[in-house]
Design a binder for this molecule. Structure first.
Ligand code: NDP
Length: 439
């Protein structure tokens, strides 16, 4: 860790992600001299390639704006690079590297042949017109296209990148390359997208949480659920939780959260989808429409009493104090939809209180798994039904849960999902790297 920090200064999120894995794997690696000799973990923490580039574009007034684009191609030991693109003002190299590092282990856990990558830009789509977003996406891809391809690197969506942005990026890629291939996932259903891809991350989190709850004879039925975020992952985590009989009482965005004591229902959720995906509004408008709901500006929902918490917004959104509130309020399960939403202190509080706690790289892997299924369908030129994809998604999430139980069960029977996911994800990548020599 000391060497890694010295070589990668000012990258706290990257250090945090690697440290968690190092702590889980230390005894495992110490016991295996071959892993040490081949410097597998050291190589995994050094990106195979980092691409940083200028993204100039014209705003609606005709002025030039300049953003910075990134693609971190972290590891291709088990397949082409694969990972989302994030457009958010906070994007920097540290965040890109932490996400690409986590993605490598997550993709391995899915059992599909996908390496790890992540990309994005500090471009903030909020308040931009559709035309501005299109011009930005076209400029972004005008550089990125030479580094990606269906057998090289396959990007998808993430924060700030949904169906609209994937459409613009795919369109420009197709135009530059003059080819119609599955180089992006999350495409529209009529042009190569997979059924259930928009739903996959959120549904997958609930399938995983259901497996965790089942280890204690529990289920979603009748449970109170708090969710952060109101974007893609949050919307479909809420939808599946409702279908499984839970009561979802919160949603949020970067400005605050709403608490609805009556809980969401189908109509309210449809309103949220319209508000966020079509009108690109703010979550406070929910409280204006449903007067029983209350809006808390500038706050996160972790002080609200719940049985199950699903953070689905961003990294480090649950700190030690938030974790203590969750425990004191009787929460039994924290299933992460976002990537690295809990700080190390929060994770240690969950562990010492024996909560069911799953790291994002295990419980949110349903999104990339379904992207992997989209790649397969594109290569085979076929389309699976929603039911077929759902069945595969369920089985992948159950399988990841089994891997976590296998490698994460401690002497007292407590399942440490962090350890289980880190060891389970690492093994396949490590085996491939050992076989492929010093590359
Ligand atoms: P969206 O852009 O659709 O939604 C993000 C949500 O999180 C929005 O409500 C946004 O609010 C909120 N948010 C973003 N940044 C912050 C912040 N700094 N503080 C508080 N709230 C914030 O993104 P997704 O739903 O796709 O992604 C959410 C999380 O899930 C991310 O961590 C992502 O990496 C992870 N993930 C996503 C996958 C996918 O398939 N999309 C797959 C696996 C993981 P606002 O509108 O105000 O910005």
């Amino acid at each position: 860790m000391a060497k890694l920090i010295a070589r990668n200064p000012n990258e706290p999120e990257f250090h945090q992600a690697v440290r968690e894995v190092v702590e889980s794997l230390a005894s495992y690696i110490i016991a295996d001299p071959a892993l040490q000799k081949m410097k597998v973990l050291e190589r995994m923490a050094e990106p195979e390639r980092v691409i940083m580039f200028r993204v100039p574009w014209l705003n609606d007034r005709g002025d030039i704006e300049i953003n910075r684009g990134y693609r971190v191609q972290m590891n291709s030991a088990i397949g082409p690079y694969k990972g989302g693109i994030r457009f958010h003002a906070s994007v920097n190299l540290s965040i890109m590297k932490f996400l690409a590092f986590e993605q490598t282990l997550k993709n391995s856990l899915t059992t599909l042949p996908m390496g790890g990558a992540k990309g994005g830009s500090d471009f903030d789509p909020k308040g931009k017109s559709d035309n501005e977003v299109m011009r930005f996406c076209q400029s972004f891809v005008t550089e990125l296209y030479r580094h990606i391809g269906q057998d090289t690197d396959v990007p998808a969506g993430d924060i700030g990148v949904g169906a609209r942005e994937i459409g613009f990026m795919f369109g420009q890629y197709k135009r530059l390359r003059d080819e119609f291939t599955g180089t992006f996932t999350g495409k529209g259903l009529g042009w190569g997208g997979s059924s259930l891809r928009p739903e996959a991350t959120g549904y997958g989190v609930c399938y995983f949480a259901n497996e965790m709850l089942a280890t204690r004879g529990e289920s979603f039925k009748g449970k109170v659920v708090t969710i952060s975020g109101s974007g893609n992952v949050a919307q479909f985590a809420a939808e599946k939780a409702l279908q499984l009989g839970a009561k979802v009482v919160t949603l949020s965005d970067s400005s605050g959260y709403v608490y609805d004591p009556d809980g969401l229902d189908h109509d309210k959720l449809e309103y949220v989808k319209l508000l966020k995906n079509v009108f690109r509004g703010r979550i406070k408008e929910y409280a204006e429409r449903y007067p029983n709901a209350k809006y808390f500006p500038g706050e996160r929902p972790w002080g609200v009493k719940c049985d199950i918490a699903m953070p689905c917004a961003t990294q480090n959104e649950i700190n030690g104090d938030n974790a203590r509130s969750l425990v004191e309020n009787g929460c039994i399960c924290v299933a992460e939809g976002a990537n690295m939403p809990s700080t190390p202190e929060a994770i240690s509080i969950f562990h010492s209180n024996k909560l069911l706690y799953s790291p994002g790289k295990a419980s949110n892997a349903g999104g990339v798994a379904t992207s992997g299924l989209e790649m397969s369908q594109n290569s085979m030129r076929i389309k699976w039904t929603r039911e077929e994809v759902d069945e595969k998604l369920r089985s992948i999430m159950c399988n990841i849960h089994e891997v976590c139980v296998k490698y994460g069960t401690e002497e007292d029977g407590y399942i440490n999902y962090v350890k289980g996911a880190n060891i389970g994800g690492f093994m396949k990548v490590a085996d491939a790297m050992m076989s492929q020599g010093c590359v």
